[in-house]
Every structure is written in C-alpha cells, then in structure tokens.
Design a protein around this ligand. Structure first.
Ligand SMILES: NC(=O)c1ccc[n+]([C@@H]2O[C@H](COP(=O)([O-])OP(=O)(O)OC[C@H]3O[C@@H](n4cnc5c(N)ncnc54)[C@H](O)[C@@H]3O)[C@@H](O)[C@H]2O)c1
Length: 246
C-alpha cells in the first residue's frame, strides 16, 4: 500500500509548475487529488491519472472566489469521500517598483496568494474538523523573509501567509488539523522565466548548494508535511532554497 492510499487532497494551481509536482507526488503515493486551477485543470488531471496509482480530477477554480473554493472542497468529498490534505499553491507575480505599481496590481497579488490562501484554509478546515484530522500546507516564498525590490505586493502576500499559517495552526491543532508552510527559493518554473539573466546569475551565486530548485524539491517537502511522517509539526515554516537566505 502506498503512503497516501485512501487519502484525498486538493492542490490549487496544480495545472503547472510546483503545484503539478505536488499533485503528482500525491497521486504517485496513491491519493485521489483535485487539481484546482483557473486553466488546464482537466488536462493535468488526465495526465496524472494515467501515471497513477492514485487518480486526479480537474476542476476550474479561481482561488479568489469563495464559491469556487467551496466547490473544490466539495469535489474532494464527492470523488474521494473525504478531504485529508489541502495545498494553497496558486498564484502569480506582478513585479514592478512602487513608482509604477498600481493599486490594482497590489490587490491582485494579495488577493490570489493571501485571500486565496485564507479561503482555502477555511474551506479545508470546515471539512477536516468534522473528520478530526487533516493537513494543510501554504506555499510562501523566501521573498516573505527578505523582501524583494519590485515585489512589495508579493513579499507582503507571502509574509501574510506565514501569519495565517501560524494563527490557523493555533486555532486548529486541537481538532487534529496541522497547518504548515514552505518557503521555496528560486525554483525552475515558468514563473522565473520572466527574470533577467543577470538577476538569475546573481541569485545562483548566492546559493550555497549552487543550483536552482526543481519542482520536485518543493513537492518532496510538501508531501512530507502532508503525510503522517510529520505528525508532530504544526505552524512550522520550512525553507527550500538550497541554503539561500538561511
Ligand atoms: N517558481 C519559484 O521560483 C517560486 C518560488 C517561491 C514561491 N513560489 C510559489 O509557488 C507557487 C507556484 O508557483 P509556480 O512557480 O509553480 O508557478 P506557475 O506559474 O508555474 O503555476 C501557478 C499556477 O497557478 C494557477 N493560478 C494562477 N492564478 C490562479 C487563481 N486565481 N486560481 C487558481 N489557480 C491560479 C496558474 O494557472 C498556474 O497553473 C506560487 O504560489 C508561487 O508564488 C514559486
């Protein structure tokens, strides 16, 4: 039997990048996974199911919509009979200095990462509290810790997710629900393709392990936090950055 056999999880933003790798590690571990994304969810779910041994279902979900997030939680129960794991991963960047950033740019990034993360945590906890168990992981970023120029919106949203993680861990621990966060450094996904080559070089030079992260590096840590192997961890923030910004 695989580690996640009989378990059901929702991963937001799982049609691509880090979210897809997290969904893949759950499906490979035997879980049923709801791929919740604004685009490409069905296609990703089909590819994941082909790999197995678990299965995936796709649902169009905008994490900034209360109704969509509730529907993703309901889909987990409908297709798998429970909701054991939830990962708040969906998001995007709108980098620019404050001189150029509009209020709309600021709000959009806060909305997708922080409001989306709160909606997901709340919807998951509502089901998990009835079951008396569940694990939630929030994908933050090292930008939350250091603050990055051009990312006042993103750094604020990702730092907010840490506060949310800790407050929720305190509220939900007595119900058997654990809430933890991961802070990836630079991971090779389309999100970082927007960065200038000289910026990427400088960041690499500052990384003790001398390479960029791969999506699997993050997925491995997330799957540990979702699993029973981390049974005594809650409110923890684990940095997956090759040692950059330790
Ligand atoms: N790539 C990195 O270097 C890095 C570093 C630190 C943190 N992160 C975080 O990891 C997470 C995943 O990033 P990635 O690099 O895999 O990005 P990605 O662009 O490859 O994937 C993001 C996914 O989120 C989806 N998405 C966007 N808005 C959405 C919404 N409103 N509702 C539902 N889904 C939505 C997109 O469709 C996409 O599938 C993000 O939260 C990101 O901030 C990434």
């Amino acid at each position: 039997m695989e580690e996640f056999t009989g378990r059901v999880g929702v991963v937001t933003g799982a049609a691509n990048g880090i979210g897809y790798a997290i969904a893949r590690s759950l499906v490979n571990g035997g879980a049923t996974v709801v791929v919740a994304d604004v685009a490409g969810a069905d296609e990703a779910a089909r590819a994941l199911t082909l790999e197995g041994p678990g299965k995936a279902v796709g649902i169009r979900c905008d994490v900034t919509s209360e109704e969509d997030v509730a529907a993703a939680a309901a889909a987990a129960v409908e297709h798998g009979g429970s909701l054991d794991h939830w990962v708040n991963n969906a998001g995007f960047t709108r980098d620019m200095t404050m001189r150029r950033m509009t209020l709309e740019d600021f709000r959009a990034v806060i909305d997708v990462h922080l409001v989306g993360g709160w909606l997901g945590t709340r919807a998951a906890a509502a089901v998990m509290r009835e079951q008396g168990r569940g694990t939630i992981v929030n994908i933050s970023s090292t930008s939350a810790k250091t603050g990055n120029p051009g990312q006042t919106n993103y750094s604020a949203a990702k730092a907010g997710l840490i506060g949310l993680t800790k407050a929720a861990a305190k509220e939900l621990g007595h119900l058997g629900i654990r809430v933890n966060a991961v802070q990836p450094g630079l991971v090779r996904t389309p999100m970082i393709e927007k960065l200038k080559p000289e910026i990427l070089e400088a960041r690499l030079a500052d990384t003790p392990l001398g390479r960029f992260g791969e999506v699997e590096d993050v997925a491995d840590t997330v799957s540990y936090l979702l699993s029973d192997r981390s049974a005594f961890l809650t409110g923890a923030v684990i940095q997956v950055s090759g040692g950059r910004h330790m």
